[in-house]
Design a protein around this ligand. Structure first.
Ligand code: GLC
Length: 432
């Protein structure tokens, strides 16, 4: 049922006249090809929107058929900056890049830059990308509705101590698909299940009504996190989902994401535990200050509690740290709650992924599709059974699709370089 609803929303998002109001945005990315293995060059990459902000120097070497990541540096973005002004944020990014160029001895060069910016953007070209809205923990003023490339370039010019070459804007899903695409050329889907959740895939140009041209394919950033924002998932949202939404900094936005991704899973579990305690079904009805405090039950606890061998012991240690008095049965119930919430997340993701796989299969008029998904994100990587549950559910919902899952090796960094490299290759081939 969820997959059928999303299928309908994919069509709405792609339609020329229906996309304005569509909850699932289906954004054209101007990425028209996946890597063919001949890409090469030297690139800078920025990665904003996941757990950390990073600056990278990537060298793509053709001969060895692999990408070499030369170096990278993490720059912290303090919480108040995530909620401050856009100018502060971009000045900070430009400053981090400057420090990195100095440390790499690259300041005199003008390298092309891939910018992995993991938020919904209306892309006009590969280097013109307008932020539709902030998601996850960000909410900087004066950026929504603006071209992010322009804001970055202005911040660099304000400093005046270095310059960059051409810029390619990349969503993290696209970076993930492209970095896996270098290893496996049948990789045509990218999926993230981390702080947020989203996926992209290669769509037939004739279905991308908002971009001129009928031939070939273009990568579409689905922004499936927004699924349900028109109320279409109301019947499966729980009272806990509604509280998570209400307490978030973007109420009413990214409904599907709030049921799935790492930023919210821990909080959903906490709310269920609070309710069970109030109903005297846990801890003899005795709560603790920590359990009552939003954010104190971290998403990583879920992975620890669901560990095969030490899960129960981990649960007990966590409950003690949260100031709770538990008995064996309490720790078992807590484990069951974690399993319920993480399984729901994995199955919802699977329903969405099955929708994409089935769509690609039908697009190509195939009875059977063999394809690869590049995946990244802390929830997918770190949770002990998430990926198994997701795969089993996809097999059930898309039986005609044979899907290989490839965990991306640093998709946000290498993928951004790869998008820039493919764009250069296509431009070059166009000139020949
Ligand atoms: C959020 C963003 C989306 C990103 C995803 C995963 O859903 O809106 O652009 O891909 O998080 O990081």
């Amino acid at each position: 049922e969820v997959s059928a609803r999303l299928k309908r929303d994919f069509s709405r998002g792609l339609g020329k006249h229906s996309h304005h109001k569509a909850p699932v945005k289906m954004l054209p990315t101007f990425v028209r090809a996946t890597p063919d293995g001949t890409e090469k060059g030297d690139f800078l990459a920025l990665d904003l929107g996941g757990t950390n902000f990073r600056v990278l120097h990537v060298r793509v070497v053709e001969e060895q058929q692999k990408v070499l990541k030369m170096d990278s540096q993490i720059c912290a973005i303090p919480q108040d900056m995530m909620l401050g002004t856009g100018e502060q944020l971009f000045d900070h990014i430009a400053a981090c890049l400057s420090d990195f160029l100095v440390s790499q001895d690259l300041k005199g060069q003008t390298l092309p830059l891939g910018f992995t910016f993991s938020f919904p953007c209306e892309q006009k070209e590969i280097d013109k990308s307008i932020l539709i809205r902030w998601t996850k923990g960000f909410n900087c003023s004066g950026v929504e509705g603006k071209d992010v490339v322009k804001l970055l370039k202005e911040a660099i010019h304000r400093r005046g101590d270095y310059d960059i070459g051409s810029v390619a804007m990349v969503n993290d899903t696209v970076g993930t698909m492209m970095s896996c695409g270098y290893r496996d050329q049948s990789c045509e889907i990218g999926m993230i299940i981390g702080t947020g959740t989203n996926a992209c895939y290669m769509e037939e140009m004739k279905n991308v009504k908002r971009v001129e041209g009928e031939d070939g394919r273009m990568c579409i950033n689905t922004e499936w996190g927004g699924f349900g924002d028109d109320g279409s998932l109301k019947d499966i949202q729980t009272e806990f989902d509604r509280v998570v939404d209400k307490m978030s900094i973007n109420t009413g936005v990214h409904t599907f994401e709030k049921m799935i991704s790492g930023m919210y899973l821990g909080e959903i579990v906490r709310l269920v535990l609070v309710k069970l305690t109030e109903d005297k079904l846990l801890f003899k009805g005795q709560s603790s200050e920590a359990l009552k405090t939003p954010g104190r039950f971290e998403t990583k606890f879920i992975s620890e509690i669901e560990e095969q061998d030490n899960g129960l012991e981990n649960a007990q240690n966590i409950l003690t740290k949260l100031g709770l008095k538990w008995e064996l049965v309490d720790s078992r119930v807590v484990r069951l709650v974690c399993d319920t919430i993480s399984s729901r997340s994995a199955r919802l993701c699977a329903a969405a992924l099955a929708t994409i796989a089935n769509r690609i299969r039908v697009n190509r008029g195939l009875d059977h599709l063999k394809t690869t998904v590049g995946v990244d994100g802390t929830v997918y990587r770190k949770h002990p059974n998430f990926s198994d549950e997701l795969k089993a559910t996809v097999r059930l919902l898309a039986p005609e699709c044979d899907i290989t899952f490839l965990v991306s090796e640093d998709g946000s960094g290498k993928g951004a370089a790869m998008v820039t490299a493919v764009a250069q290759r296509l431009a070059l081939q166009g000139h020949l």
